[in-house]
Design a binder for this molecule. Structure first.
Ligand code: NDP
Length: 254
């Protein structure tokens, strides 16, 4: 896929893992990419350098997205960097990817742990879309990174799964709301992907067998497996696809 020349993308949580893969891919497709991070500035700057060394355009913006001050700070940095780059601050592709792993069952869940996953996975995307709307051009794209744990019951991921269920609903509702601007809103639902979030699972033989055994293809996923789908959803080829939950689990538990 290519053809994102002239487009501007903002990928949250792009310093590592799936977000990094999506940022690299959208830049390869021709978009200017805002590479967001929370704390890991050096990793985000490394992603920017990789994009630039391949002839692309990118910049890093840092903000903790657990509250609205962080969302305000992220857009202030985005606007400032875009004004330096091209004098205006439009946005075409928003990828709500930033997230945290949280392995807690119903018995282990606390008010604090719930607030943590809900603030990053639910509140932040809503507040980010609110601010993105005045910047998003018609025919834009919103891609929310959800999880296949919304389809496959994972009792050890109670709060995490519930928060991603809200992401699915957000996707559905926003797709209806933004259709008149020809902005598509879709969610990608990854299965187990080889990122920092799964270090604990993938470091043991038992964990690796579990992860590979879930998928019809007998392997766990890589960030590229998700980034390629994000590339399609960002492209004009996906113009007739909106409000959809796209499974990216390699056919886990079909
Ligand atoms: P990683 O742990 O590799 O990266 C997480 C990213 O989110 C980093 O860029 C991190 O920034 C950022 N982040 C973390 N906390 C915050 C915060 N409070 N505010 C802003 N940004 C924050 O995660 P993955 O790549 O594995 O996951 C990406 C998305 O994919 C998440 O939404 C996750 O739930 C989802 N997902 C992942 C799956 C997997 O198997 N890996 C499966 C299904 C869904 P920094 O580097 O600065 O800390």
């Amino acid at each position: 896929m290519s053809g994102l020349q002239g487009k501007v993308a903002l990928v949250t949580g792009a310093s590592r893992g799936i977000g990094r893969g999506i940022a690299l891919r959208l830049a390869q497709d021709g978009a200017i990419v805002a590479v967001h991070y929370a704390n890991n500035k050096e990793a985000a700057e490394e992603v920017v350098r990789e994009i630039q060394s391949n002839g692309g355009i990118a910049f890093a913006i840092g903000a903790d997205l657990r509250d609205s001050d962080g969302v305000d700070a992220m857009f202030a940095e985005f606007d400032a960097a875009m004004k330096v780059l091209i004098g205006i601050n439009p946005l075409d592709i928003l990828v709500n990817n930033a997230g945290v792993g949280q392995a807690l069952s119903i018995e282990e869940t606390t008010e604090q742990s719930l607030n943590e996953v809900m603030s990053i996975h639910v509140n932040a995307p809503i507040l980010i879309v609110q601010q993105a709307l005045s910047r998003l051009r018609n025919n834009g794209r919103i891609i929310n990174i959800s999880s296949s744990a919304t389809r496959i019951a994972m009792p050890s991921l109670l709060g995490y799964s519930v928060s991603k269920g809200a992401v699915n609903t957000l996707t559905h509702v926003l797709a209806q709301h933004l259709g008149d601007r020809k902005i598509t809103v879709n969610a990608i639902l990854p299965g187990i992907i080889d990122t920092d979030m799964n270090v604990a699972t993938l470091q043991s033989q038992e964990g690796r067998e579990f992860a590979a055994g879930l998928s019809a293809f007998g392997r766990w996923g890589q960030p590229d497996d998700v980034a390629d789908i994000a590339s399609f959803l960002s492209s004009s080829d996906s113009r007739w696809v909106t409000g959809q939950l796209i499974d990216a689990s390699g056919g886990s538990r079909l």
